[in-house]
Write a new protein. Sequence first.
Length: 355
Amino acid sequence: MTPNDREAKVKALIDKLCLTRELKRDEWVTLIRERTHGTAEYLFELARAVRIRYYGHDIYIRGLIEFTNYCRNDCYYCGIRKSNGNAQRYRLSKEEILSCCEHGYELGFRTFVLQGGEDGYFTDDRLCDIVSSIRTGFPDCAITLSVGERSPESYQRLYDAGADRYLLRHETYDCGHYGRLHPPQLSASHRRKCLWDLKKTGYQVGTGFMVGSPYQTPENLADDMMFLARLNPQMVGIGPFVPHHDTPFADAPGGTAELTVFMLGLIRLLLPRVLLPATTALGTIDPDGREKGILAGANVVMPNLSPAQVREKYLLYDNKICTGDEAAESLNSLKERMEKIGYHITVDRGDSLNI
C-alpha cells in the first residue's frame, strides 16, 4: 500500500467516526497507528467544526484546588505516591479551601475542582462538610471532586452534600497494562466499577487516560476509546505521560503532544458533546500545548487556584507548570492567548450537553 493509499484509508476512518461515532477495534488501531500529519490536520478540522456546533467558541474555565498531596496509593508513575519520601506533604484546611473559592469567584470562576490524593484524613464527614460549605457559599457554582476510589455510599454522601461532578481517570482499560502501572492491590476492574457507581449516583462523570504511558500500545488506546463509547461520560481528561524523578518510571520516555492532541480530536468526534480539557500536562511538555488542544476540539482549561505556597508541592510529574499562565491570577494573559486563536473564555458553570 502506498503512503497516499494509507492516508486515504485513515481519512476514510475519520469520516466514518464523524458520521457514525463508532469504530471497530481494528479500525481504531489502524487510525492511531497509521496517522500522519496530513490525517491529523484533517481530523482537527472536523473536530473543530463539531466542537463549534455544540459549544461555539466558548472556553470554560475550572478553578483547580489541589487540597492534599497525601495519598495511600503507590502508583508507579505518580510523584505523590505513598512511598515517595521526598514529597513535601501538605493538607489545606476547610478555611483555606473556602478562601480559594472566594478568590476564584472574584476572578470569574463558576466551577471549582477539588483534587487530591486518596488521603484518609479527609473522611466522608470532613469532605461532606467542605462540599456543603462551598455549596452554601457559592450556590451558582458547580463543584467537581477528584479524590479517587471510594465506596458507593461515600459517593452518595458527597453527592447529597452538593457535589455535581466527579473526575476519575481510568488511566488504561487493559487489565494487564493497568497492572504494569499500579501495585497489585489496585485493579482496572475496580476502577471501572467506581465509574459506573458514580454514574448511577447521578454525577456528571469524567474519566480519561494517559497518552504514551510505559508499555502502552495502539491496541491499549483502542480499548480506551471503546470504553469511552460505552461509558459515555460528560468529561474526558487526557494528558501525556510525563515522568517523575522519584518514581520507578523516572527514566521512561514521556508521551508526546502530537499523539495527545490527535487523541483529543478523536474523542471530540466520538463524543461530540463532551467537556474536553486542554490539560496542564499538555501545556507542560509543549509551550503551545493548550492552544493545540483547543484547536483539536478541546473546550476547557483548568487554571490553578491553589495557594501559591503549595502549588509546587503537588507534583504528579516533573516540571509541572503551576505559575505563569497556568495560575488563576494570570487569567487575563490566558484570555489573550485564547483570543489569538479565535476563542474566548466565558464566565459560566460550563455544564456538559452530554446529559
